[in-house]
Design a protein around this ligand. Structure first.
Ligand SMILES: Cc1ncc(COP(=O)(O)O)c(C=O)c1O
Length: 345
C-alpha cells in the first residue's frame, strides 16, 4: 500500500466547529449571523445560466473592483478559493522543503497546517497579554511571518503603526497579515496594512467569509507585490475560484448599506455578549472581531451549559488556547439563547 510522505503523519487534522441544531445557536465558526446581501442571491441566480462555462481564472472584474477599492493595481491582487487556499499557495511557493515560518501561539490553525503539509519548520511565539509578541517574532529569521489582525482566537488587534514597525524590523523575508476580521475593528481603514502591501515585504489576506457572509461560496484575496502574485498564479489550480463565487463577491461589494448593517450589528452585539459573560462572572478578552474569547477554568462545563440551550461554541483547547471558550457574535435570537444558558446555574 502506498504511504504518505513521512512528515504528514505529524499533522493533527483541522477540526471544524460543530454545527448547532438551529442557525441561531451556531456560534462555533465566526460566520455572519445575518448572512449575505439580498443582492448576492439575485446576482447568483442570474449567473446560473452561465454555469456550464469555466470561470474566469483571473477573476478580472472582481480584481478590477478590488484594485479600485484598495488603490492598488490589478497586478497586486490574487483571488483564491477562500483565503485558506491562498495560505496554502504561499506555503507551497515559499516554505516547501526546508522553509521556515513564524507565527503566534496559539495561531490560526491553517497557518500551522499549511506549513506542516510542506514540511517547513515552524516557530511558534507565545502571545503576551493575548496579543502577538511582535518583538520576539521580529527576531526570528523566517521565510514567512504570519500576523493575524485581529487575531483568531483572541480577537485582539494591533495598530497600523505597530505592524509597520514590525514589517520594517522583522528578520523574516515576507510578513503575511491576515485581515479576515478587520471589518469589525473600530477603524478598519486606519488599521488595515494594505497600504504596506504595495511593495516588497508585506502581504495582506482578506476574505468574503465574514462581514460579507459568503463563507459557503469560498472566496478571498491576497494583496501583495506583483512578483509574489505572479509566482502564486503559477502554483495554483487555474479554475479554483468558481464563477458564482466571483459574481457573489462583486454583488456583495456593491451593497454598502448591508456591509454597514452587519458591522453595526456585530459591534453592538459583541459588546452585549461581553457584558453577558462579564455579569455571569467570567473574564472576557477585549475583542475587535466577530467573536469573543471567554476565560474559564472548566471549558467542558461552559461548553455543555451552552449546548443544553442549543448553542454550539468552540472549546479553546481545540484552538490551542486551553482554559478558554470562543463564542461567535450571534443573531438577536442567538443572544437570547446565550442569556438563557447563563441564567441557569
Ligand atoms: C484568521 C482567519 N483567516 C482566514 C480564515 C478563513 O477564511 P476563508 O473562509 O476565506 O478561507 C479564517 C476563518 O475562520 C480565519 O479565522
Amino acid at each position: 500500500m502506498i504511504r504518505p510522505r513521512p512528515w504528514l503523519d505529524r499533522i493533527t487534522p483541522y477540526r471544524p466547529g460543530r454545527q448547532a441544531l438551529t442557525a441561531a445557536g451556531s456560534m462555533a465558526s465566526n460566520e455572519s449571523p445575518i448572512g449575505a446581501s439580498p443582492r448576492v442571491a439575485a446576482a447568483v441566480a442570474k449567473a446560473m445560466t452561465g454555469a456550464h462555462h469555466y470561470p474566469d481564472p483571473l477573476a478580472t472584474d472582481l480584481r478590477q473592483r478590488l484594485a479600485e477599492l484598495h488603490e492598488v493595481s490589478v497586478e497586486h491582487i490574487l483571488v483564491g478559493n477562500g483565503s485558506d487556499e491562498l495560505i496554502f499557495l504561499l506555503a507551497w511557493a515559499y516554505l516547501a522543503h526546508g522553509g521556515q515560518a513564524v507565527c503566534a501561539d496559539p495561531a490560526y490553525r491553517v497557518d500551522e497546517i499549511s506549513s506542516q503539509v510542506v514540511d517547513a519548520r515552524l516557530t511558534k511565539i507565545p502571545l503576551r497579554n493575548w496579543t502577538h509578541d511582535l518583538q520576539a517574532m521580529a527576531d526570528v529569521a523566517a521565510d514567512i511571518a504570519y500576523v493575524v489582525n485581529p487575531h483568531n482566537p483572541t480577537g485582539t488587534t494591533l495598530g497600523r503603526q505597530e505592524i509597520e514597525s514590525f514589517v520594517a524590523r522583522a528578520q523574516s523575508r515576507l510578513v503575511v497579515i491576515d485581515e479576515a476580521y478587520i471589518d469589525f475593528t473600530d477603524d478598519p481603514a486606519a488599521t488595515s496594512a494594505i497600504p504596506l502591501a504595495r511593495k516588497g515585504k508585506a502581504a495582506v489576506l482578506r476574505t468574503f467569509s465574514k462581514v460579507y457572509g459568503l463563507a459557503g461560496l469560498r472566496i478571498g484575496y491576497l494583496v501583495a507585490d506583483p512578483a509574489i502574485i505572479h509566482t502564486l498564479r503559477t502554483v495554483r489550480a487555474p479554475f479554483s475560484v468558481g464563477g458564482l463565487a466571483q459574481t457573489a463577491a462583486l454583488a456583495a461589494l456593491e451593497d454598502h448599506t448591508h456591509y454597514q448593517a452587519v458591522r453595526r450589528h456585530t459591534v453592538q452585539h459583541r459588546a452585549a455578549l461581553t457584558d453577558l459573560f462579564t455579569s455571569a462572572g467570567y473574564d472576557v478578552v477585549p475583542s475587535q472581531a466577530n467573536f469573543v474569547l471567554v476565560r474559564t477554568e472548566d471549558e467542558d462545563h461552559l461548553v455543555a451549559r451552552l449546548a443544553e440551550h442549543g448553542v454550539s461554541v468552540r472549546p479553546g483547547s481545540a484552538l490551542g488556547a486551553p482554559g478558554t471558550v470562543r463564542i461567535s457574535v450571534p443573531s438577536r435570537p442567538g443572544m437570547a439563547l446565550v442569556e438563557q444558558a447563563l441564567a441557569t446555574a
